[in-house]
Design a protein around this ligand. Structure first.
Ligand SMILES: [Zn+2]
Length: 180
């Protein structure tokens, strides 16, 4: 029986952990490690990870793939009672798609001051004044885990390229250096 002492199992951390596992799959496939899940009424209805390299498609971000998959699962493009958990702050493209899909909440781990568009930078697409729909934002959920995964991915990429490769904007190490 449920009582006041029953622990809440399905916390934001729980769903972010699921997104992190998907981000690890992206890293295993040589993709920038971003994972996302769509949650409705406490249940994961869609999962996705970044597939830009595999699909050779700049729009194949985890968030766009999870929105498409969630809409297919519900048979409706309106995701008004859906929350999106994603390991990195969504970019302008994905944030715009969340507004169009009327997503209820976006919960992300790592802020992205360079290309994020959900309040972690100056660009805040999901809460732009005058927009037809605003998406509630929560940031910093399991941020350390999300950052570690991103850092270890870019370190291994640099190692493979002999440290002279093109610096990626999403690389947290790179960001820190440029911000100094
Ligand atoms: Zn994106």
């Amino acid at each position: 029986m449920m009582d006041e002492d029953t622990p809440v199992l399905f916390t934001d951390e729980y769903f972010m952990r699921a997104a992190l596992r998907l981000a690890e799959r992206a890293a295993d496939a040589g993709e920038v490690p971003v994972g996302a899940v769509a949650v409705r009424e406490g249940m994961i209805i869609a999962k996705a990870w970044n597939q830009v390299e595999m699909l050779k498609d700049a729009t194949a971000h985890a968030e766009l793939l999870v929105l498409t998959s969630a809409a297919a699962a519900l048979g409706d493009w309106r995701l008004e009672d859906v929350d999106i958990y994603v390991t990195k702050e969504p970019c302008a493209m994905c944030a715009g798609a969340m507004v169009n899909a009327r997503v209820r909440r976006v919960i992300y781990g790592l802020s992205d001051p360079r290309s994020g568009a959900c309040g972690g930078s100056e660009l805040n697409v999901v809460n732009f004044k005058g927009m037809l729909h605003n998406v509630e934002v929560k940031s910093g959920v399991l941020e350390d885990e999300c950052r570690l995964l991103m850092q270890s991915f870019f370190r291994s990429v640099r190692k493979a390229k002999g440290d002279s490769g093109r610096k990626e904007l999403s690389d947290p190490d790179n960001r820190k250096k440029e911000e100094v």
